[in-house]
Ligand binder design. Structure first.
Ligand SMILES: O=P(O)(O)OC[C@H]1O[C@H](OP(=O)(O)OP(=O)(O)O)[C@H](O)[C@@H]1O
Ligand SMILES: Nc1nc2[nH]cnc2c(=O)[nH]1
Length: 170
């Protein structure tokens, strides 16, 4: 299978540096520590690049949820693992690789809110334009058309996550 490159590696890295700076500027008057929640598996590449560009104390937390089978959402968010520490009185940043229908994030936000964090914000390196999900993505990366993309953490049947760029299968 061939991959058409949609967003090159250097563009991604430049964007990640910009987002890291925006995140630092946004929080620096509010707190010197944030809890960054990496949504596995897809966000692992973005998460590990992003945290290096945030000039605050970043406490790592990981959750694993999934809802896709191939290119199709099942509509059911399965939780494979969840947080290992309380969020009460913490500023929480959810780090996603992609927002498509918004189902995954809505689910995560609903359950994180129950732990009474001081705030919850969202960053995602890719946001699809197609859906009116109504989620406020405070730190967005690239806005893309409604195509199924792979690379930079994003998979098709568990493959292509390790590509350094984002593209689609042709
Ligand atoms: O906005 P949505 O339509 O809910 O889609 C977005 C979600 O889909 C992908 O996860 P997936 O279920 O494929 O699991 P993975 O991260 O392990 O690949 C991606 O990582 C997001 O979490
Ligand atoms: N790999 C991948 N996962 C997704 N989950 C929701 N949308 C997408 C997409 O376009 N690509």
């Amino acid at each position: 299978m061939a991959i058409h490159v949609l967003i090159e590696e250097d563009k991604i890295q430049k964007k990640v540096r910009e987002i890291g700076k925006n995140i630092t500027d946004y929080y620096k008057d509010k707190t010197d520590e944030i809890i960054a929640v990496c949504v596995l598996k897809g966000s692992v590449n973005y998460f590990s690049d992003l945290v290096k560009n945030i000039d605050l104390d970043v406490i790592y937390n990981f959750i694993q949820v999934s809802s896709y089978s191939g290119e199709i959402t099942t509509g059911v968010v399965k939780v494979k693992s969840w947080l290992d520490e309380p969020l009460e009185n913490k500023h929480v940043l959810i780090v996603e690789d992609i927002i498509d229908t918004g189902n995954t994030l809505k689910y995560i936000i609903k359950y994180l809110q129950r732990q009474n964090p001081l705030s919850i914000e969202v960053t995602s390196i890719v946001v699809k334009k197609a859906h009116e999900h109504g989620i406020d993505v405070k730190f967005p990366g690239f806005s893309i058309e409604d195509k199924f993309v792979v690379g930079y953490g994003l998979d098709y049947e568990e493959k292509y996550r390790n590509l350094p760029y984002i593209g689609y299968i042709i």
